[in-house]
Each structure stands twice: as structure tokens, then as C-alpha cells.
Design a protein around this ligand. Structure first.
Ligand code: F6R
Length: 607
């Protein structure tokens, strides 16, 4: 939620800020703004809408050739998307400029106090109190740094901040509490960003700021302090991601590119971790807790959205394969739940971004209750990866499309590997590993038929409702398929486990209410067929995802898309692909921006 960028160095800052904002746009895109400084002067520009609008605006302005600046792309929390609410915000003296990601919870009382003391506000945001507070301390004779520290002591909530002082264009300040912020370390130039994807192509060396840390960044130096002004040693990490991964290449959208990365994503998630000869699995990130894991009594999976649905697949896997009782909770519910905890419970937080506020809070609750915490995280160095004692990275590469696709595949692959890691059934492990090795090729085969899905999307694009049905391992796939469709095409869609249909949802079935049935040939397909008979009897159109060679399904379904056969527990890695493509094509055909669906942001760093 909201993207922050900052630059100080030798080059003209504006193009760097704009490029960075474009990379961060997945975090919010209802308005954007930048401010740059030159010789104690500032130039601020803001616009409503995507970063391209800001870029258009700037094209008509003469560039200042400034070497320091900050920028922001917004996902509105306090105040509607508008020019006045967009960042940067500044004080009455036009001296202190701030961009912020997070929420200042006590902003109302601070705003009241500041207003009483003559401060004039231009926006409805919580952020605007920050430059005014700094100004109030400056007026009391404090130096800029002290004023910033005093301000941070007063504000409650979450923040990633970039701050600049018109009177000192040599320094960029940053501060972090529960919202992500990374410093890019360059040569005679340094960067600030909400996410390292904005730095790709500029530098591979980064410093992840920790909560309660403040950074003072010049062209050549970086100093980090805690809130007590004690200097913290710098820890520079090298990034693995490359430029190509963060670009669309020949694809029209990131979403399509990321769906098509499926085979490679699955492969790179298991490669080097699995011995396909005997099915044994090595997970370096879990080695130090392996002994404890072997004694685990219960697994609690905490996640949100797509990651939660991957967790539901994990529940079936851990229970059936590793024989460990498992529960999955929405992190947003778990954090407020009064739950008795059993000794020997291990918590697994699943998160693509590694920054989701609810997942972080749920994780904190688990830690407060002394539970062992593990992470399944895609973004290297993210907060969740650092807040868990051990874990497994997805290795899916940066996911830019707001609707999660390849991360889901990699999360399920990691869950399969973790289950295998905890299982002692050698025969089964061999079978799974042999089959897993064939999955990338099978995904490839599905992707080659994307034109068929595109045609079917044309046929179904005008329906306003959709039901997604699956059972067992494909029940979470039904939920995820419905989520994808609603996210990028705004069609009302609901996912259900097929057995539940007769307990209510069947009332909705009519010729105007199609069903997407995930019905590969497995131990439960006969039951699925009976559910589909009930839909057919009520004239509901059926689109089925079925296994190649299935002769029965065509007599039931109006349309069928065939996928290759695999073992049931690996089916989600195949069945989700046509559903992701279906959502993509319908979204496109309805004329929507599938990479940036309305009202959404990729990294949900507010509660
Ligand atoms: C859906 C989607 C969201 C995220 C959810 C959790 O396409 O992207 O539902 O899955 O916000 O995000 P992470 O995995 O980053 O914690």
C-alpha cells in the first residue's frame, strides 16, 4: 500500500524517481507525486491517477536538474484520491517534505493540537501532521534531526517515511516502523524504496531498514540510528533478482507473463531441494529447526488472500502426507482470536510480499505465545522473512501483477516440499518427486492451449455471476479461481466446495449463473459428477476443467478444458492455470487494466 522512492546522487533525480514509482505502482495507483530540491528551492508535482499522469504533467515542465528528490504513489486510506491528498506533504514554511506509507493512528489529536497552534492543513491525510510536527520543533529552535526524532517519538501507528529539508539538499532522511523500506546503496548515489524491485537496474546492494530505525543518507554516506540516536552497524545485502524478471518483455501484461512463468517457477522452487531418485528433500532454511519440526504436534498456517488459499492446499498436504493435524487461519481473524495454544505447535506464515500487515500481526501474536514461527515468503529480506526463526523462500522472482498468480504456484510447491520433508513414507515420497518433476512440462502443455481459454473467455465474458466448485485439493483452487475472476474482471464469483452446494448456493443456479467445475479424474470425481448433475438439471451452464481422456464429462458440461493427468495432491499446480488464464482473458475482454485492478494494491501494509 503506497510506494515510496527517494534519490540522492549525481544524476538528475526526476527520471529516476518516475522510473522507481512505476516499478512501485503495484502498491497503489490512485495518485502520485514528487518533490525535488535545487539550491534551497523546491519543485513539487502531483497528479490524480496512475504514474503516467504525473509523467505527462512533468513533460510540460522544465526540469530543474535536481540531485535529490522523493516520490510517492498512493493507495488512499485517509481522504479520497485527489491532488491535495496526494504526497509529498509539507509544512507551513514549505521547508519540510514528507512521503509516507502506513497509518498514523493518533493523527487526529496531533492535528487538533497543531491547528490550535496556527498550523494550516491542505489535505485530509494522516501524513500531513508529520511535516507540521517537524516544523513545530524547528520553530522551537531544534535542529532538523532532533525535530525528526522528536516527531517520531510522538506519532503512533505504522510508517515508512522519506523526508527532505529544503534548507539542506545534501541529506535524505528515512524512518521505518512496520512498513517496508529499503536503502539502495550505489556508487556516489543512494536510493530509498518501499521494495527492492524499484532498484533493479540501478543497484544490487541494499540495506533493509528495521523497525525503529532512522537513516541519514547523503550521496556518499549512509548512517542508521535507532530511536535513542545510537548508531547501528550497516548490513549490506546483495539482491538476486535481475532486470528481465521485473519487465514485461514481449507480454502485454505482467499478469500474463507471470502465468506463463509457471513451469519455470515450479522448477526453480523444487530444483536443488529434491532428490528425484529417492524423493528425499533438503530445505536449507529449515535445517536448524529440523529436530524440533520432527516432533511437531500441530501446524497453524496464517496468511491472507491467495496465500491463504495456498495454505488451505497445505492443510490437506500436511494432514494426508505428513499426518500432522493442521489448521489454516485468515491472519486478520487470528490476530483478534482468543485461542488456546497447544505446546508443540508450529506456525507457518505464508506471504508473497512478506509485508502484509495482518500476517505480520498474527505472526507477532504467535511469537508472543512462544510458538515456533516459520515463513514461506517470496520477497527476500522482507519483514516476515526476518521475523520468523526459519523458513523457505519461494524463488518465484518478483511478482508485479497485482493479482497473484505465479506466487500461488510457488507457495503450493513449497508446501509440497515441506510436507515431503516431514513425511517418512519413502514409497510415497518417490512417487511424489517423480510426478513433481513432470509438472513443469504439463503446465507448458496447458499454456500452449491458452487460445482455447481465450475463446471460452469470449463466450463467458458477459455473465455477471460465476460459481467455482472443487473438492478436496481442488476446493482451495475453486476459491482462488473465483478470487482471480472477481479481482481482474469485477464479475461476482464465489468459490465453494462442491458438496456444500446443495446446502444453499444451488438456489442461485439458473441459465444466467454459470459454474466453473474443477473435476479432474481422481478419487472424488464421481462425487463431483453428481454435484454437476444437480446443476445441469437446473439448466446452469457448466464449464469444466477435466483430465485428458475423460469421456463422461462432455455429456455433463457445456464446455470442457482438458489438462494432463497427475496425482491428486499435485493437481492444484495444473488446475489453477486455466483458471488464471480465464480470469486474465475475461478481464482484458471487458476492457480492464488487469495489472492494476481498481481499489487493489499488491502489498497490503495497512490493517
Ligand atoms: C490476490 C492477492 C492477495 C494477496 C494477499 C496476501 O491476487 O494478491 O489476496 O494474496 O494480499 O498478500 P501476501 O501474499 O503478500 O501476504
Amino acid at each position: 500500500m503506497c510506494g515510496i522512492i527517494g534519490y540522492i546522487g549525481k544524476e538528475d533525480s526526476l527520471p529516476i524517481l518516475i522510473k522507481g514509482l512505476k516499478a512501485l505502482e503495484y502498491r497503489g495507483y490512485d495518485s502520485a507525486g514528487v518533490v525535488v530540491l535545487v539550491d534551497n528551492k523546491f519543485e513539487i508535482s502531483k497528479s490524480v491517477g496512475q504514474v503516467k499522469e504525473l509523467e505527462k504533467l512533468l513533460k510540460n515542465k522544465k526540469s530543474l536538474n535536481s540531485h535529490i528528490g522523493i516520490g510517492h504513489t498512493r493507495w488512499a486510506t485517509h481522504g479520497a484520491p485527489s491532488k491535495s491528498n496526494s504526497h509529498p506533504h509539507y509544512d507551513c514554511l514549505n521547508r519540510v517534505f514528507v512521503v509516507h506509507n502506513g497509518i498514523i493512528e493518533n493523527y487526529k489529536e496531533l492535528k487538533r493540537y497543531l491547528k490550535k497552534n496556527g498550523h494550516k492543513f491542505k489535505s485530509e491525510t494522516d501524513t500531513e501532521i508529520i511535516p507540521h510536527l517537524i516544523e513545530s520543533f524547528l520553530k522551537k529552535g531544534k535542529d532538523f534531526e532532533t525535530a525528526l526524532f522528536y516527531t517520531l517519538e510522538l506519532i503512533k501507528g505504522t510508517y515508512a517515511l522519506a523526508v527532505i529539508d529544503v534548507n539542506n539538499p545534501e541529506i535524505l532522511y528515512a524512518a521505518k516502523l512496520s512498513s517496508p523500506l529499503v536503502i539502495g546503496v550505489g556508487n556516489n548515489e543512494n536510493f530509498l524504496a518501499s521494495d527492492s524491485s524499484a532498484l533493479i537496474g540501478r543497484t544490487k546492494n541494499v540495506i533493509y531498514l528495521n523497525d525503529g530505525e532512522i537513516a541519514k543518507i547523503s550521496k556518499k554516506n549512509i548512517s542508521i540510528y535507532n530511536l535513542k540516536k545510537k548508531k547501528i552497524p550497516l548490513e549490506i545485502v546483495s539482491l538476486e533478482w535481475n532486470l528481465e524478471q521485473a519487465q514485461k518483455g514481449d507480454f502485454p501484461h505482467f499478469m500474463l507473463k507471470e502465468i506463463f512463468e509457471g513451469p519455470e517457477v515450479v522448477r526453480s522452487t523444487y530444483q536443488g531441494r529434491i532428490n528425484t531418485k529417492d524423493g528425499s528433500v533438503k530445505l536449507g532454511g529449515l535445517e536448524k529447526v529440523f529436530d524440533k519440526l520432527k516432533k511437531v504436534k500441530r501446524i497453524l498456517i496464517l496468511a491472507c488472500g491467495t496465500s491463504y488459499y495456498a495454505g488451505l492446499v497445505g492443510e490437506y498436504l500436511f494432514e494426508e502426507i505428513a499426518k500432522i493435524p493442521t489448521e489454516v487461519h485468515f491472519a486478520s481473524e487470528f490476530r483478534y482470536r482468543d485461542k488456546p495454544f497447544e505446546k508443540g505447535t508450529v506456525v507457518i506464515a505464508i506471504s508473497q510480499s512478506g509485508e502484509t500487515a495482518d500476517t505480520l500481526a498474527a505472526l507477532q501474536k504467535a511469537k508472543d505465545n512462544r510458538l515456533m514461527t516459520l515463513g514461506i515468503v517470496n520477497t527476500v529480506g522482507s519483514t516476515i522473512s526476518r521475523e520468523t526463526i526459519a523458513g523457505v523462500y519461494n524463488h518465484a522472482g518478483p511478482e508485479i501483477g497485482v493479482a497473484s498468480t505465479k506466487a500461488f504456484l510457488s507457495q503450493i510447491t513449497v508446501l509440497i516440499l515441506m510436507t515431503m520433508y516431514l513425511s517418512t513414507d519413502k514409497k510415497l515420497l518417490k512417487i511424489i518427486s517423480k510426478e513433481l518433476e513432470k509438472i513443469p512440462e504439463k503446465i507448458e502443455k496447458i499454456l500452449k492451449q491458452s487460445k482455447k481459454i481465450e475463446k471460452l473467455a469470449e463466450k463467458y465474458k458477459n455473465y455477471e455471476n460465476f460459481l467455482f466448485l472443487g473438492r478436496r485439493y481442488n476446493y482451495p483452487v475453486a476459491l482462488e479461481g473465483a478470487l482471480k475472476l472477481k479481482e481482474v474482471s469485477y464479475i461476482h464469483s464465489e468459490g465453494y466446495c462442491a458438496g456444500e452446494m446443495k446446502h444453499g448456493p444451488i438456489a442461485m443456479i439458473s441459465p444466467d449463473f454459470p459454474t466453473m467445475a474443477i473435476v479432474p479424474q481422481n478419487g472424488i470425481s464421481k462425487k463431483m459428477f453428481s454435484n454437476l448433475e444437480e446443476i445441469k438439471a437446473r439448466k446452469g451452464p457448466i464449464f469444466a476443467i477435466a483430465t485428458e481422456g475423460d469421456k463422461e464429462i462432455s455429456s455433463l458440461a457445456n464446455d470442457v478444458f482438458f489438462i494432463p493427468k497427475t496425482i491428486e495432491l499435485l493437481e492444484p499446480l495444473l488446475t489453477i492455470i486455466p483458471l488464471q488464464l480465464f480470469a486474465y482473458y475475461i478481464g482484458i475482454k471487458r476492457g480492464y487494466d488487469v495489472d492494476k485492478p481498481r481499489n487493489l494494491a499488491k502489498s497490503v501494509t495497512v490493517e
